[in-house]
Ligand binder design. Structure first.
Ligand code: NDP
Ligand code: MG
Ligand code: MG
Length: 335
């Protein structure tokens, strides 16, 4: 079990007088920069010219090139997409870090897989909100927040962990709870979750269910409602009260069918596949493959994306969603 820390538990003030540069002003950069500014932290933005640059200017920040911002700041918070981060770091950040500076992340990927290796005299920390950026910003403004993980990768100052906690507190996260982790644990778990359950698992399950029904002659529209649309309703019940609440709100027929048929689908073979995926995360195989894919121009990523967008499930769903305006009004989170 991990101890949860709250505002009263974060009492140090090592961040005082530290200027924080946010590198990137997207989902997390936008949320964290605004939250920290509202908490009284001296914030600047470092970004390439473009959409984010203009937005940060409009929001009233001092905006610089990445190199200039990194030079001016005491704390450089890396919030570009993970795959471009090490290129940005090498080209514009590395030479502008000074002894005693802090290099911050919101995901462990680049430090853990050694895409970014910071100088020894710099603290390397993480504050990873357990929620999308716009939710972090909205809840902060409402007086609450999104829980966050904090971790230390390199402690040059002797108080790197306190700095990570203070940063999380300024982001509003200590209002609802901070959890200590390591770069390894956060990265392994994050990648495992998205690959096997949250995204990879759920999309494969939905897609395969849709194929089986439509190949057996059932109508795509009904199949869509059955295996895709209803997923949210079931997930909401699990979110609210676990499997117990979900089963309690569903029929005995469905509950019995679930216990007896579900394990035929997700079985020991699926478990072995998950273990293999975990191993490829732990030994760096996945990270290497992904970074090679990025450096090769994301050829496979774009091909898979195009196939997904053209798929019958996506088309049928898009058509039916236009007739359900309440669906498109649902809160949109970007991640
Ligand atoms: P986004 O894609 O939303 O934003 C990326 C930002 O980086 C944009 O402002 C973009 O600007 C800028 N950028 C892109 N390429 C470059 C470049 N070459 N040089 C300078 N700036 C660049 O990223 P996220 O906020 O989603 O992710 C940031 C970090 O936060 C990642 O480590 C991620 O894993 C982590 N994280 C994200 C969460 C989320 O809510 N999305 C949740 C928890 C962690 P431009 O407009 O010019 O493209
Ligand atoms: Mg992730
Ligand atoms: Mg049913």
């Amino acid at each position: 079990t991990v101890e949860m820390l709250y505002e009263k538990d974060v009492t140090t003030n090592y961040m005082k007088n530290k200027k924080v540069a946010f590198i990137g002003y997207g989902a997390q950069g936008h949320a964290q920069a605004n939250n920290l500014r509202d908490s009284g932290v001296d914030v600047i933005i470092g970004i390439r010219p473009g959409k984010s640059f203009d937005k940060a200017k409009k929001d009233g920040f001092e905006v610089y090139s990445v190199a200039e911002a990194a030079k001016k700041a005491d704390w450089v918070q890396m919030l570009t997409p993970d795959e471009v981060m090490s290129d940005v770091y090498k080209a514009e950040v590395a030479d502008n870090l000074e002894a005693g500076n802090v290099l911050g992340f919101s995901h462990g990927f680049n430090a853990y897989y050694k895409e970014i290796v910071a100088p020894k005299d710099v603290d390397v920390v993480m504050m990873a909100p357990k929620g999308p950026g716009n939710l972090c910003r909205r809840t902060y403004m409402e007086g609450s927040g999104v829980p966050a993980l904090y971790a230390t990768y390199q402690d040059a100052s002797g108080h790197a962990e306190d700095l990570a906690k203070e940063f999380a507190k300024a982001n509003g996260a200590a209002r609802v709870g901070l959890l200590k982790t390591t770069f390894k644990e956060e990265t392994d778990e994050d990648l495992f979750g998205e690959q096997n359950v949250l995204m990879g698992g759920i999309t494969s399950l939905i897609e395969t269910g849709f194929e089986v029904l439509t190949e057996a002659g059932y109508s795509p529209e009904l199949a869509f409602f059955e295996v895709d649309h209803e997923m949210k309703l079931i997930c909401d019940l699990i979110y609210e009260g676990g499997f117990a609440k979900m089963y309690n709100d569903c029929s005995n027929t469905s509950e019995y069918g679930s216990y007896t048929r579900g394990p035929r689908v997700i079985n020991s073979e699926s478990k072995e596949a998950m273990k293999r995926n975990l191993k490829e995360i732990q030994d760096g195989t996945f990270a290497k493959e992904f970074m090679d894919e990025y450096r090769g121009g994301f050829k496979k990523l774009y091909k898979y994306r195009a196939e997904m967008e053209k798929s019958e499930l996506q088309k049928v769903g898009d058509e039916l969603r236009t007739k359900m305006p309440f669906v498109s009004k649902a809160d949109k989170y970007s991640d």
